[in-house]
Design a protein around this ligand. Sequence first.
Ligand code: BES
Ligand code: MN
Ligand code: ZN
Length: 484
Amino acid sequence: MRTTDGGIALAPGAEPIDAALDGRLSATLVQLGATGKAGEQHRVTTFGATTAPVVLAVGVGDAPRTRRSSLDPEQVRRAAGVALRELAGADHVAIALPLSNQGIRPIAEGALLGAYAYHRFRNASKPDHRPPVNAISIVVDDARSADAKRALARAQVVADAVCAVRDLVNTPPSDLHPKEFADFAAKLAEDNNLDIEILDERQLKKQGYGGIVGVGQGSINPPRLVRLEYRHPRAKKTIALVGKGITFDSGGLSLKPTASMDWMKSDMGGAAAIILATVAIAQLKLRVNVTAWAPLAENMPSGSAQRPSDVLHIYGGKTVEVLNTDAEGRLVLADALVRASEEQPDLIIDAATLTGAQLVALGTHTSGVMGNDDKLRNAVVDAAKKAGEQMWPMPLPPELRKSLDSQVADIANIGDTYGGMLVAGTFLQDFVGKQESGQPIPWAHLDIAGPAFNQGDAYGYTPKGGTGAAVATFVQLAEDLASA
Ligand code: BES
Ligand code: MN
Ligand code: ZN
């Protein structure tokens, strides 16, 4: 159902149910207080008039002004997600949502993403929590059509990737040290026939990855660098994806306050997103090359931890004065960006839960997109829009760079407090390499600090906790680049 000027209207797809109920569905819903607002839910019993004993009507909100009567794919995706979350505990759910213009992809995506729960560590409390819906049917005109099958397969691949990221983010940091994360990536590589290379702490030290080593040295769980590769024989473009993989961010000696620390198990959300996006892109056999780089470390305080005022030697030779050990993401990313640049990809995109300032600037649901190339930055924002993710272009004002000047090294790891998200992006920009022409490699940076982890209530197809942010956008962008 959706809102209209006068009240509610049934969204297309609901006609057969309405007919089975003698055309009384709208009136019944109105009597139940329905307004059609997005996320609203009302259950109607059918007393045997349909095969389903209960019908759940979900509000989709207003039809968008630009489209007049038809719905936006994201409205459909969210409505399917709301329904599947609400119906957790049911064995089988059939969905009758509008299929006409959008196809089945957003319905399948929303439903699969809504049917998610993380119960791995529930024992005694397990019976109190409903399991996700087991089977989902989508009612279509022709289930045998190749288009329908393709749309469904794509939705399944993307949803699986997003849910795997959610699992990784929700996993307690005691069960996901850098080594376990790298082992998980190795298993994915094996299952999907992808090349993988993992550097351990000895190799990282020997090869000069000062950022990753410096951040990781306070922990008894040593760091790793993962390189995962997908190649398509007819690819025209090679994309490097880089993701921040701090398995837990205590802040290090610049310790975080208690209240903001438990959230920091999500600080590997960028690394998880780029690894699983690469797997999804490979499973869909998209015509691009992707190399994913995940610098993994645990940021802990201890007698061996790096200190504020230490100077690190980043891979490739630049030095960084660490004035705040809690600005650690940019240090591990610096190593990875230089290393990724060495291979001369056509473009580099990183995803990172990088700054609290992202939340101040854009709120909890909208990622900031920065970069050195407006075209690429805008392509990321466009892909996000298609994928149903909220991302917004942000600038890297050149004047911010001087606030990062160090007294002793090439650059300091903190600068101006104002515009903290942009300052962090400006720091990263220093480590993006050049093309043979001397021009910088086109690069975009996604700050997903808030969107990677939902501290608030579940909404649409997004659960509490790990969200899987940026995966769908990366897959969409790869698809866009493959067809460009
Ligand atoms: N991982 C945090 C950023 C973060 C904050 C992610 C809140 C998700 C939610 C990052 O490592 C960090 O601590 N950043 C500092 C940077 C500061 C010291 C310049 C921050 O934002 O406070
Ligand atoms: Mn930090
Ligand atoms: Zn962090």
